[in-house]
Design a protein around this ligand. Structure first.
Ligand SMILES: Nc1ncnc2c1ncn2[C@@H]1O[C@H](COP(=O)(O)OP(=O)(O)OP(=O)(O)O)[C@@H](O)[C@H]1O
Ligand SMILES: [Mg+2]
Length: 785
């Protein structure tokens, strides 16, 4: 028989072999034995469930309990409620709650009352025995709140009040009572006490801002003990482009009079906030926060909210360390991006909101990360699989107490239908010729033989993507290279060689034509038909490249469409103004040109009801995030989303990668992973660098669907349910997480048809069909039409 001795951080600290089974048959408390040269005293027996879940290690996490704390905690458990205001009988409780009046009536119908603190909470936090008062959300807000938002507010309230983790601790302490001394129990409660953090990870557009505003406004004016406000000052840190959005949301939900908020910008510095006693809320961008850290450090904030907080997943970056250095304990991260994909980043976010709750990074690795990763290896044993699953379940259970994520489905019923169409555009003649030339270049051939250095394939991919957007973009790169005499540029020379000859001799990229690019032709027709048939509706046009946006802008100019533009260069101070202008029903803007990566995160562009994704990103999250800008609360019209892809080219491959298993490994995706980090095998590169000139749609070819795309459609009007598909080969419609990337099998259930389909009735698709080889279409929420 053998033994492994582990410390409370999960590390192996000794091994012993050759023991006799009967020596351990009756192991009991107080017994001593030697393992790995260490004398061990048995303090208690841990159940296999507690070991497998990893819960037994939670005892040892964090800093050791200080003597004074242990005493306090022991006292807490031995004489729990002695100093608590008398709350034993029901009447007393009622009376106590009534002796100090709540700010709003908790007994009116539809009132939203926060959970009352239990006796332990009172013992810890109501030392002065103030009377207990119901905390009631302002009816002015409740009136607007969706059901999921009400739940979200209660969740946030419980977290920042330190109620949720205490409950967990108390529940679990019961089982530990059997095996551990009271000091042990004190340690757990110590670890769970003093944690006031939360992560609100609702999908995009679910109104995380309103939930936080409700929380702030409530804690600012109320509290359960004597009605004393729980917080005085709140700090909201957010990406620059959203600072003014926060201000607007405060105004939208609370008006100008209830609460004064201070937003930091060029003209309003942190000093002003410090000098004034007027403002309980400070809103600042991450960049400005870093710059003003010295001043901000001196302010005592009681609540910290980090919007789009997935950026804090790296605990070594400056912003994270600076935020950690603030003494504020009540910390809330808001993020619409899934966060569980990378266990280390997950740790960083958890450790930010509830420092130490998972112990040190090294113990976290031992207890959770290693077993979980190990269990996912194909070669893992049954036992390893089981242990990994149990540890993962326990991690989810513990962190689930302070992470809340709801999916888009909870607000679907308030939203209009969404008609999403993937449009496979035939490339133009010049594009085809250039595409083949690029694939035959020395650079691509070297890449496929693995002969070029690491990043050479990125250059080739970049050139192909540019070409798909418009040949003039490639022309400009080739020309630029020709003019610059410097550099290694070997790769580039090998790639661009002979390309100029393919362009007409007098080619001028500034005078580009639309029919040189399949996608641009489709775009131009699409804009025209929307303008004609839906003159009051507007379009959000998205690209990830500034140069491409320049072309799209030029198209707007040529056709006389009024447009606005927001990209990485747009000064932060102007961004909200541009967004408001576009969303206003009085604006005459027809197109919103958006660089999604550079400035789109978190924006509300509900003024637009058509969204066209002109190019595709490796990371599905980037595209999903862009598509979520228009289909959100407040949208009045049915939403049309068009994704343009060039048939047979690398764009299709990227799309396939987005929806294939490979792209989905780990099931969640991360907005910040750039394509530079994607590794390709030679096999994959071969696939990427193949041009399927004669295919109508390579993606459809891959689905093993037997239809030719030309089947007679009985009816493909928008009202028709998404379930009525024409090549229904896959499993029946699956209920899906609407913001997760599609899988191949889900795509198969989308309605699909070729551009030659004779029964095409959709007026928008009809107009572009000549340039389109294939369509995939899906309608979400058809019933609300
Ligand atoms: N209860 C509600 N009734 C009407 N509109 C609402 C409600 N809640 C939120 N909204 C509106 O919905 C839009 C989206 O809200 P918000 O910007 O807070 O989303 P989010 O969850 O932060 O999304 P993202 O992750 O994209 O930032 C806003 O225009 C907001 O005013
Ligand atoms: Mg937001």
């Amino acid at each position: 028989m053998s033994f492994t001795l582990k410390d409370l951080e999960g590390k192996d600290i000794g091994r012993g072999i050759g023991y006799k089974f009967r020596e351990f048959e009756k192991i009991e408390e107080g017994q001593t034995l030697m393992i790995g040269g260490k004398e061990i005293e048995i303090m208690g027996v841990i159940s296999s469930d507690d070991f497998n879940s990893g819960r037994c290690f939670q005892l040892g996490r964090g800093s050791p309990a200080t003597p004074s704390f242990s005493q306090a905690a022991r006292k807490c458990f031995s004489k729990p409620f002695k100093s608590v205001c008398k709350l034993n009988s029901k009447e007393n409780r009622q009376n106590d709650f009534q002796s100090c009046k709540p700010r709003h009536d908790p007994y009116t119908p539809n009132s939203l009352v926060m959970p009352r603190p239990d006796k332990n909470h009172q013992w810890m936090f109501n030392k002065n025995c103030f009377s207990l008062v119901d905390v009631v959300i302002d009816p002015h807000l409740v009136h607007h709140l969706r059901p999921h938002q009400k739940e979200g507010i209660i969740f946030l309230y419980e977290c920042v009040m330190g109620m949720r983790l205490r409950e967990y601790c108390l529940l679990n302490s019961q089982s530990y009572c059997l095996s551990l001394s009271s000091v042990g129990i004190a340690v757990i409660s110590h670890r769970m006490n003093g944690r006031y953090g939360a992560i609100l990870a609702d999908e995009m557009g679910l109104g995380k801002t309103l939930q936080c505003i409700s929380l702030i406004w409530t804690l600012q004016c109320q509290g359960p003990y004597g009605g004393k406000p729980v917080i005085k000052k709140t700090l909201i840190v957010t990406p620059g482009s959203l600072v003014n959005n926060w201000r607007k949301e405060f105004k939208k939900w609370l008006g100008n009079e209830r609460i004064k908020i201070f937003t930091v910008d060029q003209d309003h510095k942190v000093e002003e906030f410090i000098k004034s006693t007027f403002y309980p809320v400070l809103i600042i961008s991450y960049e400005m926060f870093l710059r003003s850290l010295d001043q901000i450090k001196n302010i005592k904030f009681d609540l910290l909210i980090c919007d789009e907080g997935h950026r804090l997943k790296n605990s070594t970056i400056k912003t994270t360390t600076a935020l950690i250095s603030l003494s504020c304990e009540k910390r809330v991260i808001l993020t619409g991006t899934p966060i569980q994909n990378d266990l280390q980043e997950f740790f960083a976010l958890i450790d930010f909101v509830n420092p130490g709750i998972l112990g040190s990074l090294s113990s976290y690795r031992k207890i959770y990360e290693e077993p979980i990763i190990m269990s996912r290896e194909p070669s893992s044993s049954e036992e390893e699989k089981k242990l990994g699953e149990r540890r993962a379940a326990e991690l989810t259970c513990l962190t689930g107490l302070f992470i809340l994520r709801r999916t888009q489905e909870v607000i679907n019923k308030y939203l209009p239908p969404k008609i999403e169409t993937v449009v496979f555009c035939r490339p133009g003649a010049l594009q085809i010729e250039l595409y083949q030339k690029l694939l035959n270049s020395q650079a691509v051939r070297f890449c496929l033989q693995g002969l070029l250095e690491n990043s050479a394939h990125l250059l080739c991919i970049g050139a192909l993507k540019k070409l798909c957007n418009h040949p003039c973009l490639l022309f400009s790169s080739v020309k630029d290279k020709e003019c610059s005499s410097t550099g290694d540029e070997n790769g580039e020379r090998n790639l661009y060689q002979g390309l100029l000859n393919v362009f007409p001799a007098d080619y001028n990229p500034l005078l580009f034509t639309e029919n040189e690019s399949g996608k641009l032709q489709v775009l131009s027709k699409l804009l025209a038909v929307i303008h004609e048939l839906r003159p009051t509706e507007k379009v959000v046009l998205v690209s990830n490249y500034t140069q491409t946006l320049n072309i799209l802008q030029e198209v707007c100019q040529r056709h006389g469409y009024a447009y606005v533009r927001l990209d990485g260069q747009t000064p932060i101070s102007q961004r909200q103004h541009i967004v408001d202008g576009f969303n206003s029903k009085y604006s005459s803007d027809f197109v919103f040109l958006l660089s999604s990566k550079a400035g789109g995160i978190g924006l509300n562009l509900i003024g637009g009801s058509h969204l066209i994704l002109y190019d595709i990103d490796w990371n599905p999250a980037t595209d999903i995030q862009a598509m979520s800008r228009v289909w959100r609360d407040g949208q009045k019209y049915p939403v049309h989303i068009y994704r343009l892809l060039t048939t047979g080219t690398i764009e299709e491959k990227i799309y396939q990668r987005q929806i294939s298993k490979q792209g989905l490994s780990g099931t969640v995706v991360d907005l910040t992973k750039a394509s530079e980090h994607i590794q390709f095998s030679v096999e994959e590169l071969k696939n990427l660098f193949t041009f399927h000139e004669s295919s109508h749609c390579v993606t459809h070819d891959l689905l093993d669907c037997e239809c030719t795309g030309e089947i007679d459609h009985a009816d493909d009007s928008l009202e028709k349910s998404a379930i009525s598909r024409h090549c229904q080969l896959g499993p029946h419609h699956q209920k899906s997480d609407s913001l997760k990337p599609l899988s191949m099998s889900q795509l198969k259930q989308w309605k699909h048809f070729s551009g030659d389909n004779l029964n095409l009735t959709d007026p928008f698709l009809k107009r572009i069909r000549d340039n389109v080889s294939f369509f995939f279409q899906n309608i979400t929420n058809p019933s609300t039409a």
